[in-house]
Design a protein around this ligand. Structure first.
Ligand SMILES: Nc1ncnc2c1ncn2[C@@H]1O[C@H](COP(=O)(O)OP(=O)(O)OP(=O)(O)O)[C@@H](O)[C@H]1O
Length: 375
């Protein structure tokens, strides 16, 4: 197990230096990335398509070189270390198993290639298979073509584990599985990561998966790491509007407001400035972030929300109201399951729970902080 650190890493692909046909010039795929993944930790990496997630993995693996900056495994600078000597296990969405070899052959291949003895191989394969359980052992006797997607991925992961990797790099490993298998396989992968405590970078576009897999989550945008933290930290204390809107489903509502004197106004609605915001002595435009659970419904001082759709979730005894505020501002608000169908409802932010951003959204003016569940 090692601690992996990236320090001020820049990666600019050659093709990116050219101005594209529509005249847009790309920034670097990694733009001064500094990041540390603790020994044995799983860090999930999320962000929109093209933000640099896969490039991050490739630079850590040594499959792409960095134009600037350094990658360290513990205190060792890996710049001169070839990918095959880094002790990295990589798992991708396409399992890349050798199709003519049974599960065991796939696990053993590395030992053959590295002139390791048969006993060595048998002992290690057995050791890993024992830890993975009886049902995994059955997979060892089968050809990849006869395995389900989830089973193939388990063999692919076991193939990495027998090589004793110091770092695991996983790039959307379960994206190709159907929903039911994804659920099952992600539980298995999580179990494996716990059992073997290997430092892991786990790339996914799926927020739920990122939360489930990661001890912490890194949110990327355009080659930058916007924020790294636990889900609660990202959710309650986002670094900026991008993180706030990226994390949380259904998403946070963003409402333009104006602060003047002891009032806060949105469109036609004016509220007295809530005490929680008063201390900041703010004035002028800002943006208010309100999570679905943080709207109070039906209060006289609320804004009129035009209801477009009520999504009932009987298992949660709740419903989501999806609607629009004046000015076409989309809002989702949590409501009781038995909320009657109607065209409008008044909504007031729970001021104790709101997040306030400066108008460009790059800076946060106020957050409620991470709640203490044991208070
Ligand atoms: N080999 C390459 N040559 C030139 N540009 C590349 C190359 N690989 C990636 N890029 C560009 O680098 C940027 C980051 O790509 P990357 O694949 O790391 O993003 P990603 O976040 O993994 O995307 P996705 O979620 O769609 O897989 C993108 O603009 C992409 O077009």
């Amino acid at each position: 197990m090692v601690t992996v650190a990236l320090v001020d890493v820049v990666k600019q692909y050659d093709a990116m230096e050219e101005v594209t046909l529509i005249g847009y010039k790309h920034g670097p795929a990694l733009n001064h990335v500094t990041l540390e993944i603790a020994s044995g930790e799983t860090l999930s990496v999320v962000g929109p398509s093209g933000c640099g997630k896969s490039t991050l993995l490739k630079v850590v693996a040594g499959l792409e070189y960095a134009n600037a900056g350094h990658v360290y495994y513990d205190s060792y600078d890996m710049s001169e270390i070839k990918p095959q000597d880094r002790g990295v296990g990589m798992v991708f969405q396409d399992y890349a198993l050798y199709p003519t070899m049974k599960g065991k052959g796939n696990l053993a291949y590395y030992f053959e290639q590295h002139d390791r003895s048969e006993q060595d191989m048998e002992a290690r394969v057995q050791q890993v298979a024992d830890r993975l359980g009886v049902d995994f052992q059955l997979l060892l006797g089968r050809l990849p073509d006869t395995l389900s997607g989830g089973e193939k991925q388990r063999v692919a992961i076991a193939r990495c584990i027998v090589r004793d990797p110091v770092v695991f790099l996983m790039d959307e490993p379960i994206v190709n599985l159907d929903a039911k298998r994804r659920e099952k396989t992600r539980i298995e992968i999580k179990k494996l990561l716990r059992q073997f405590s290997i430092t892991t970078l786990y790339v996914t576009h799926d927020q739920q998966e990122a939360i489930f897999m990661g001890d912490r989550i890194a949110v990327m945008r355009s080659g930058h790491i916007e924020q790294v933290g636990t889900f609660d930290e990202l959710y309650y204390t986002p670094a900026n509007l991008f993180v706030a809107t990226f994390i949380g489903t259904p998403p946070i509502a963003i409402v333009p407001v104006n602060l003047a004197g002891m009032e806060i106004r949105s469109g036609e609605t004016t509220w007295p400035l809530p005490p929680i915001l008063a201390d900041y002595h703010l004035a002028g435009p800002a943006r208010l972030g309100v999570r679905p659970a943080d709207w109070i419904l039906g209060r006289e001082d609320g804004m009129e929300l035009e209801i477009r759709h009520i999504e009932r979730i009987p298992t949660e005894q709740a419903a989501f109201i999806h609607g629009m505020l004046p000015g076409d501002i989309p809002v989702t608000a949590l409501a009781p399951l038995d909320i009657p169908d109607r065209p409008m409802v008044k909504v007031t932010p729970d001021w104790e729970r709101v997040i306030l951003f400066e108008p460009e959204g790059e800076r946060v003016l106020h957050t409620p902080g991470v709640p203490d569940l044991f208070e």
